[in-house]
Ligand binder design. Structure first.
Ligand code: HEM
Length: 499
């Protein structure tokens, strides 16, 4: 409580100072490039506090008014950085001068209590070693088959029965919650061949693990929103407030993962080696802690990303019945071409042939990227391709959400939902990952992209061909809930009806 009062006092102090100095003429020092307003001493803090609840829209508006879609950001305490939505800069940061833009200590420290130094939260040699093993495993056919199999079982034994039941009882469901449970079950199977049964099953211990994981992810990422890092560090030191909850959640997650690892190591030869943990355990030199960090990073990466994408996809579909009609037509064509009945499992090749569905999902990702902003640290002074200077230790953020809404990249209809923009003669066409960095780009590009599309297309196809999804209050765009991924505040309330 005392710590909270101290924070409030400090914030009030900064705000009073700001009003004293600038309330009557706030635009005098406006930078020439129309970027963020900033003031001596307090930097962009007043603007940040005023817009924190609409962070993505505020930063998108600002970037779209800057000549090169890049803006400098000053916060108190020597925290400087740039935010960019410029594809040339993105290519330079993520690929051309990759070594100069690591995640950096600031980012790593924020997530370290939870993620340790897993692939998602490490740089340099530690990252390289994990990346090498993981990229080999991600490209194996056996992993793809394992994923396909698990997705199919989860769809047919849990997802479809839940929706069918709700269709009979006319119950309102939170589709986002269902998709998150689906993704969590799925990624736990792939990560360590354990079924937490969060969707449908009784989910007793798995449910606790999922809730703790959720809290740990949300509270760790909440540290990004502190005005000064010292505030969360004080809370952590005294073990109060959200830091106390975070510590408890992390403990549950770590204990659950440690137990999985211990038992798997004891019964090494009994389980088949399809999941990630077994594939990494194969290398004897890895410690339990190292294995835990890797597995937790994978769960984090594969958990909320696909469910976030699909939640926004179903909301957009409810506003665009013509797109839904085109997807239904595509599915019918594939079924009749291959002599399949409604409800039969789609093979990998059939999923690959769903070009229109892929385009509709990519279009969703463009407008609602699950990882809307991503931050790196600058190792030494540099100048970006658009001429922006970046200083040593500055943060460098690329803004995937803003990039999806830039007229300079996507043209006049950049805010419209148009799957056709991804198609050339009916065939899905990839975009440059620097224009569309939704899966990151360069050496650290997402390893789970193909896995994610398999999962998203399988779920979307199975749901759309069997059910009409009636999104409640669909005209209102759901509010954003920013944790590490872009989720919907209050979930996605739907009624379903069997076709
Ligand atoms: C729609 C779904 C997904 C999106 C949009 C997405 C996006 C991203 C992004 C933006 C990054 C870079 C994060 C950073 O370094 O700051 C990333 C990294 C990563 N993703 Fe995904 N992801 C998705 C699904 C998945 C899935 C299902 C997995 C499977 C486990 C996965 C595994 C990974 C891994 C391991 C990394 C770390 C790569 C590295 O640092 O070398 N992703 N993803």
């Amino acid at each position: 409580m005392e710590v909270l009062s101290l924070q409030i006092l400090l914030i009030l102090f900064f705000l009073s100072l700001f009003f004293y100095l600038y309330a009557l003429s706030p635009s005098k020092k406006k930078p020439a490039n129309k970027g963020f307003k900033f003031y001596p001493i307090v930097g962009a803090l007043p603007e940040f506090l005023r817009n924190r609840h609409r962070f993505l829209e505020w930063t998108t508006e600002t970037l779209s008014h800057c000549p090169t879609n890049t803006a400098v950001f000053h916060r108190p305490g020597k925290v400087h950085g740039i935010i960019t939505a410029n594809p040339l800069n993105v290519e330079y940061i993520l690929k051309t001068n990759f070594e100069n833009y690591p995640k950096g200590d600031r980012f790593i420290n924020l997530l370290e209590d939870f993620l340790g130094r897993g692939i998602f939260n490490s740089d340099g040699e530690l990252w390289r070693v994990q990346r090498k093993t993981a990229s080999y495993e991600f490209n194996t056919k056996s992993l793809r088959n394992f994923v396909m199999e698990n997705v199919e079982v989860e769809i047919s034994t849990r997802l479809v029965p839940i929706l069918a039941k709700a269709s009979k009882t006319k119950q309102v469901l939170d589709l986002q919650d269902i998709l998150e449970r689906f993704a969590f079950d799925n990624i736990c199977k792939v990560a360590f061949n354990v079924d937490p049964a969060c969707l449908g099953g009784d989910g007793t211990s798995g449910g606790e693990f999922m809730r703790a994981f959720e809290d740990a992810a949300t509270l760790s990422s909440g540290r990004f929103m502190y005005v000064l890092p010292v505030f969360w560090k004080i809370n952590r030191f005294f073990n109060v407030g959200t830091e106390k909850t975070l510590r408890e959640s992390v403990k549950i997650v770590h204990e659950f993962a440690d137990e999985m690892i211990r038992s798997r190591m004891e019964h090494k030869t009994e389980k088949n080696d399809e999941d990630f943990l077994s594939r990494f355990i194969g290398k004897d030199e890895n410690s339990t802690e190292f294995l835990r960090d890797i597995v937790i990073s994978f769960i984090l990466a594969g958990r909320d990303t696909t469910s976030s994408a699909l939640s926004w996809f179903f909301w957009l579909l409810s506003l665009n019945p013509d797109v839904e009609g085109n997807i239904l037509k595509e599915l019918e064509t594939i079924r009749s071409r291959n002599g399949k009945n409604l409800g039969d499992t789609y093979s990998f090749e059939e999923l690959r042939d769903m070009h229109y569905l892929q385009a509709a999902i990519a279009e969703t990702l463009r407008l609602y990227p699950p990882v809307p902003v991503d931050t790196k640290a600058c190792r030494s002074d540099d100048v970006l391709p658009d001429g922006t200077f970046v200083g040593k230790k500055w943060f460098v953020t690329y803004h995937a959400y803003a990039m999806g809404r830039m007229e300079s990249i996507w043209g006049k209809n950049c805010r419209d939902f148009v799957p056709e923009r991804w198609l050339e003669n009916g065939i899905y066409r990839q975009e440059s990952p620097f224009k569309f960095p939704v899966f990151h780009a360069g050496p650290r590009m997402c390893l789970g992209k193909d896995m994610a599309y398999i999962q998203m297309k399988s779920i979307a196809a199975s749901v759309i061909e069997r059910f009409e999804i009636d999104v409640q209050n669909k005209e209102k765009c759901p509010d954003h809930l920013l944790s590490l991924t872009l989720r919907m505040k209050g979930g996605l309330q739907v009624k379903v009806k069997e076709r």
